[in-house]
Write a protein of this length. Structure first.
Length: 482
């Protein structure tokens, strides 16, 4: 595999030498690598490179313009003409890569100190466009921000900062500065050219538009720590960074071995129903069972305590039938206390078909949210199946990978609240063929109790379907065999 590692350089000598030091340590074993340096109005840079041992052949070129690039202890000073220079240089690198048969271009800014495994890690992701994430304090005194964004010029979705601090791979709207680009993307026309009717600042913004319009997703990898020497004073902290730099990347959160599964559950007066059977069915597959007891007045608590993996939190008053989202959120947070890798949100009247198959669902690195079909059982051998009872036709997101620090959010609902957070749309969702039996409707007396509760708390159908409520007591429902 042929890789062109390229950098456009106009830099303070001491910072450039640190950059070269990191390149000299870059793991390129088994790769055919060429290093290309395009020096912008800096003749001396070519002489510095001559005396550095890099793991590949070196090509030096010079680009001269009337525009002088300057930096100081506050920021880097860019203008329209300097951006034009960067566009010309970077496009020239991409063209050279195609003309000389390279499989990838690795474009790296000359003020970065790379992790030795950066290139190998990016290549292992098998993406057409992927960058390594690093953090920069763009202005003194401000929080460090990433070299990636979700949309527009530099806009971030709620939770991106916290999410990207978890080692892994994430799809983004744009990135740059430490980016691997495949020949496939370059040949399709992905470039850094300006787009006339867009006023965004910086060549990386135009690159993201060229990529998106040609059908290429943009990704970041956050497993290889990289230090951005944005200011001369950052050289002090760089020395500490180098001392603490591990030989290997951080463990990808999606590739953890033997991931820990916590079951989240809310119970209330379940002693004479299905609780014991449900807990018994999941006790072998779960590592932790986090239960909120919604002020039960029967022996529900005692049943739960018979199972060693159960952690139970008792509420002083009932919430489930008047502020369901509040107690659902509490159950989720209670499960998080065990620091699980996955949470399964299960009700006390649900039996998972072949629960041992859950381990395969969580022991993989692609899917983050699993959806299940849920069957409303009307007796042990039949489920309700008509226009108003369609739960088995939809996918219920119940098994969710945990990303520590991510700001999970919940919709306020008095009834029929989701068991999982509402802001999971950015994660990878897939359908499981493991089925769930919902046993809560099987006994006639339970159906009467449910009907009465819904009529009391939601008689107008504000939170659910009034028509469905009224169908609960239908003496001749349409049933299908399990």
């Amino acid at each position: 595999m042929r890789i062109l590692i390229a950098s456009c350089v106009r830099q303070k000598e001491i910072i450039f030498r640190e950059f070269l030091d990191s390149l000299s340590r870059l793991d390129c074993e088994g790769l055919d690598v060429v290093f290309a340096f395009v020096f912008h109005n800096w003749e001396e840079g070519g002489n510095i490179v001559k005396y550095v041992s890099l793991p590949g052949n070196v090509v030096v070129d010079h680009y001269r313009s009337r525009n002088d690039y300057k930096t100081d202890e506050v920021t880097h000073h860019w203008n329209h003409d300097l951006i034009t220079d960067m566009i010309v240089m970077k496009n020239g690198i991409l063209n050279a890569a195609i003309n000389n048969g390279f499989d990838y271009v690795f474009l790296v800014d000359s003020d970065l100190y790379l992790h030795p495994k950066t290139l190998k890690t990016l290549l292992s992701r098998k993406k057409d466009i992927i960058a390594s994430l690093f953090w920069t304090q763009w202005q003194p005194g401000e929080p460090a921000m990433p070299n990636a964004w979700d949309y527009d010029h530099y806009s971030l979705l709620d939770g991106s900062i916290e999410l990207w601090k978890n080692p892994g791979v994430y799809q983004v709207g744009g990135t740059g500065a430490c980016i691997l680009i495949s020949s496939n993307a370059i040949k399709s026309g992905v470039r850094y050219d300006r787009i006339p009717n867009v006023s965004w600042w910086g060549e990386d913004r135009y690159f993201q538009l060229h990529a998106s319009t040609r059908g290429f997703s943009i990704w970041i990898d956050t497993t290889c720590p990289i230090y951005h020497i944005y200011r001369y004073s950052d050289l002090i902290e760089l020395q500490r960074f180098k001392q603490t730099l591990s030989e290997n990347p951080m463990d990808d959160i999606r590739k953890k071995r033997n991931p820990k599964l916590s079951v989240s559950m809310v119970v209330r007066n379940e002693a004479d129903r299905y609780l014991h059977s449900v807990l018994e069915s999941i006790q072998d597959v779960a590592d932790d069972i986090a239960i909120i007891d919604d002020h039960s007045t029967d022996s529900t608590y005692d049943i739960c305590c018979k199972f060693k993996k159960v952690r139970i939190l008792r509420l002083p008053s009932p919430f489930l039938m008047s502020a369901e989202s509040t107690v659902r959120e509490a159950a989720w947070k209670w499960a998080l206390e065990a620091r699980p890798d996955w949470i399964l949100a299960l009700d006390a009247d649900e039996i998972i078909e072949e629960p041992e198959r859950l381990r395969a669902l969580i022991d993989q690195d692609t899917v983050d949210v699993w959806g299940f079909r849920r069957y409303d059982m009307w007796d042990p051998y039949h489920y309700r199946d008509d226009a108003l009872w369609t739960g088995h036709h939809r996918l219920w997101p119940l098994l969710v990978r945990v990303f520590p620090g991510y700001p999970y959010k919940w919709s306020a609902r008095a009834l029929h609240a989701s068991r999982v957070p509402e802001n999971l749309g950015r994660f990878v969702f897939s359908a499981s063929d493991v089925r769930i039996k919902h046993l809560g409707w099987m006994r006639p007396e339970d159906r009467v109790i449910r009907y009465q509760r819904y009529m009391e708390y939601d008689s107008k159908g504000e939170w659910g379907s009034k028509e469905q409520y009224e169908s609960i007591l239908d003496p001749n429902p349409n049933l299908s065999p399990w």
